[in-house]
Design a protein around this ligand. Structure first.
Ligand code: PLP
Ligand code: ZN
Length: 394
């Protein structure tokens, strides 16, 4: 580990790591439930220290970790496949297409990375209880790591979440509190719970280490890509924490002078769950009115990390793109049948977006492009059945 400070993304005040940190104590006051978070904190390492110690020949990734390894849970997260997808590339007229399949994490989604680091932090703080609101995957991820490491997990989740996600949460032994209404409502209730009853809150972006946890996927892409930076990475975006985490990975690498450029980050959202896309297009933030989409994991009215997500796209010279539910379902089938990657709808939105990008020639065909595939298809079989028919026995 390297020493670090928390920096407020709005007022730039710095805070020591001493205790539990959520939002900036000043800017956080501007947060009103039902709107994006304000005063999200970011980890700033001692980059000259990393530059001194890091070597490609013998990379010590703990230098980039905000929690010491000795607190890590005994739970295998990350190290997922990164592979070339030439057949899918041919279909979409690209030459150098890669897939990072994070559905291969133990609970089936990239969310394991955030839950893992939060569990490590809980252990460091001597906290026994972890609380989260989730559309399903964060909850499942937290429940899983809590089971392995012996934490009590309390989870607020919309009762409309896909059944496989709810089943896994209960199987892992977490306490589940189903919520009428949307994820935004679950988020509000979970904050109320930790304020009154304690426990470490794992809510995405609210706890700054969720961004650091998700960052590891970016570091892995860099390492697995022979220590080179791809030209573009497509990221499915709900709350905007994954895309901020990927940004942070390449920001850290550049700040430590290990790399000298950023990949273009491409924000993929569903047509109706489009708050960050609109924010990027108009410069003015507005909640998505009715964020309903088949891609439940990216369905959110008020993305908690909207400001950082916008910055991640703008500062990498990326762009955002919307995909319809039908395009997402087609993308899911295409990803499965041309790359052998069965992804849940939110994750398949990246393939849907790439098809559109190909048609509109938004990226040059010889660029190295990475699809970040964030969740496994078996997490939502009902959605996957919408676009196919299973032959009946005669
Ligand atoms: C949570 C999630 C996303 C979106 O991540 P955000 O940080 O909310 O933007 C995308 N895909 C899957 C599978 C997820 O679980
Ligand atoms: Zn601040």
């Amino acid at each position: 580990m390297t020493s670090f400070l928390y920096v407020c993304t709005e007022c730039k005040q710095k805070f020591a790591r001493d205790t539990v940190r959520y939002l900036c104590p000043d800017c956080g006051k501007k947060y009103i439930p039902g709107a994006p978070l304000r005063g999200v904190l970011e980890v700033e390492f001692d980059y000259s220290e990393i530059a001194k110690c890091f070597t490609k020949a013998n990379p010590d990734w703990e230098l980039f970790s905000a929690v010491e390894k000795k607190y890590y849970p005994e739970y295998p997260v990350g190290g997922t496949h990164f592979s070339k997808a030439s057949r899918l590339a041919d279909k979409l007229n690209f030459k150098n297409l890669w897939i990072k399949f994070d559905g291969l994490n133990p609970s089936g989604s990239l969310k394991d990375r955030a839950s893992f680091l939060i569990a490590a932090e809980a252990k460091r703080l001597g906290e026994k209880k972890i609380v989260a609101a989730s559309t399903g995957n964060a909850a499942s991820a937290l429940a899983a790591v809590a089971a392995a490491a012996g934490f009590e997990a309390i989870i607020f989740v919309p009762e409309s979440a896909p059944i496989a996600k709810l089943v896994s949460i209960v199987q892992y032994g977490a306490k589940i509190i189903p919520v009428h209404g949307t994820y935004d409502e679950a988020f509000r209730l979970s904050l109320e719970y930790t304020e009154k009853q304690g426990g470490l809150n794992r809510n995405t972006a609210y706890h700054p280490l969720t961004i650091e946890g998700k960052k590891t996927v970016g570091l892995e892409i860099f390492a697995q890509n022979n220590f080179t930076v791809p030209d573009a990475i497509l990221v499915p975006v709900g709350d905007g924490v994954i895309i901020s985490g990927v940004y942070k990975a390449f920001y850290d690498l550049m700040s430590a002078k290990i790399t000298n450029r950023m990949p273009k980050l491409i924000c993929v959202q569903a047509e109706k769950s489009n708050a960050i896309h609109n924010f990027l297009q108009t410069g003015k933030y507005q909640n998505a009115q009715d964020p309903a989409t088949v891609a439940d994991s990216i369905s959110v009215s008020a993305p908690s990390n909207a400001y950082m997500a916008k910055r991640a796209v703008e500062e990498t010279d990326g762009f955002s793109i919307l995909v319809s539910d039908q395009e997402i379902l087609n993308g899911q089938t295409m990803l499965a049948s041309y790359a052998g990657i069965f992804a849940e709808p939110a994750a398949a939105a990246t393939a849907a977006a790439l098809a559109k990008i190909s048609k509109q020639q938004l990226l040059a065909s010889d660029q190295q492009i990475v699809l970040l595939v964030t969740g496994h298809g078996l997490k939502d079989i009902n959605a996957a059945m919408k676009n196919i028919t299973i032959p009946k026995a005669k």
